[in-house]
Design a protein around this ligand. Structure first.
Ligand SMILES: *Cc1c(COP(=O)(O)O)cnc(C)c1O
Length: 400
């Protein structure tokens, strides 16, 4: 091993020159130039009076997109998973019982975090590609005193959208808090924390908000804040302790950790971009792009395994046709067309592709570019697909 870590006498790395990709995977999504421009604005201090104003603006806009009046709504420094960990660590204590309704990879991650916090986890599992069964959740909640029900709104690993309000109601009736993963939903489809009765939610910046990865917006209801305030033990994570973070994001503006200033500029800009277009227009654009993509894929002869009623617009799971090799297609799309799509996760690896239409990516021209590239690639590999039908079908769906 010695010698592997020698310091070179001269530093001669090539200038940074990332390829220009069309990001149509499960995130990150394309970032609008305005947001990238915000990243490059001059760094100021994290206690600068102007920065404190920017923080207030970010919080106001986050409440809008989350559909909440929750005072404790702010971005955690870290990616979506840090938001997941923050929500759980702040309300859970060792010995608490947690019900995790799991129908994909990210529900599994929630269960893992709860276990690491010393909680007992009751899993309510559905098959990948299925929704969560409310009756099974009700049974699990009734079995024993439960502190928290946790599940994913938009399961990026399966493309399944979960209706939130009925499960949140079950949690409330059982006296449990309700935690929802909104990483892939926020900014792509309606999120209404208050109307749904959700107590804790987290998201990420690099999916439908179209900002680079690095921040995790979170929101805590008054009930969740009450649970935080009446804990017996300290929050297990110093960095993610919301009672201390509240002192920075709330009134006192006390130093906790140095906020990632430029990332917060970018988040602010991305929220402005979303709210200027208008939430319902943004959601409509996602839905329209999704309909065009599905029409094109189906006209080509490809199939989508998720039942139409359970599909989300921003992440489309497509079955890899018989005899076609996953890596060959994704490799060709990247190499020949600069297009990134995602592969399957967990039990779906090698069986499906995941095509993202998230945020800035969700546009007709990107759908057309992908359909054309995919058709040529699959045709070139000798796959049994219908040629020449995808683009007309997509355009007809757009005109509808
Ligand atoms: C991407 C994702 C996460 C994890 O977010 P990171 O930013 O990768 O940490 C969690 N949940 C869902 C549903 C996601 O799609």
């Amino acid at each position: 091993m010695s010698g592997d870590f020698k310091t070179p006498s001269q530093v001669t790395f090539a200038p940074l020159d990332p390829p220009s990709r069309l990001l149509m995977g499960p995130g990150p999504s394309l970032t609008p130039p305005r947001v990238l421009g915000a990243l490059a604005a001059p760094t100021i201090g994290h206690l600068d009076p102007r920065f404190l104003e920017l923080m207030d603006e970010i919080q106001v806009m986050l409440r809008r997109v989350f559909g909440t009046a929750n005072a404790l709504t702010f971005p955690v420094s870290g990616t979506g998973s840090a938001g997941m960990e923050a929500c759980m660590a702040n309300v859970l204590e060792a010995g608490d019982r947690v019900v995790v309704a799991k129908n994909g990879i990210f529900g599994g991650r929630m269960a893992d975090i709860a276990e690491r916090l010393g909680c007992s986890v009751a899993l309510v599992e559905s098959d990948f590609g299925e929704g969560i069964d409310p009756e099974a959740v009700a049974t699990a909640l009734a079995a024993s005193d439960t502190k928290l029900l946790a599940f994913v709104h938009a399961e990026t690993s399966t493309g399944v959208l979960q209706e939130v309000a009925p499960l949140a109601k079950l949690a409330r009736e059982a006296g449990a808090l309700c935690l929802v993963d909104c990483v892939t939903s926020l900014g792509g489809i309606p999120v209404e924390l208050d109307a749904w009765g959700v107590d804790l939610a987290y998201a990420g910046t690099q999916k439908c908000l179209s900002c680079p990865p690095g921040l995790a917006p979170v929101s805590f209801s008054e009930r969740a804040v009450e649970v935080l305030k009446t804990r017996r033990s300290k929050v297990a994570s110093w960095y993610l302790d919301a009672s201390m973070l509240l002192n920075y994001w709330g009134g006192k503006r006390a130093y906790h950790h140095t906020a990632p200033i430029n990332m917060l500029y970018a988040l602010r800009e991305s929220l402005i971009v979303v709210l200027e277009e208008g939430l319902s227009a943004v959601h409509g654009r996602h839905m329209k792009s999704h309909r065009a993509l599905v029409a094109g894929l189906e006209a080509m002869g490809l199939s989508l395994p998720v039942a139409p009623a359970l599909r989300m617009p921003q992440l489309n799971v497509v079955t890899i046709p018989e005899g076609v090799e996953d890596a060959a297609v994704r490799g060709a799309l990247l190499r020949d067309y600069d297009i990134e799509i995602g592969g399957g996760l967990g039990p779906l690896a090698g069986k499906v592709w995941r095509i993202g239409l998230m945020g800035h990516t969700a546009r007709a021209k990107n759908v057309s570019a992908l359909l054309a590239a995919l058709e040529t690639t699959l045709g070139g590999l000798g796959a049994n697909i219908q040629r020449g039908a995808a683009l007309p079908a997509a355009h007809a769906a757009l005109a509808d």
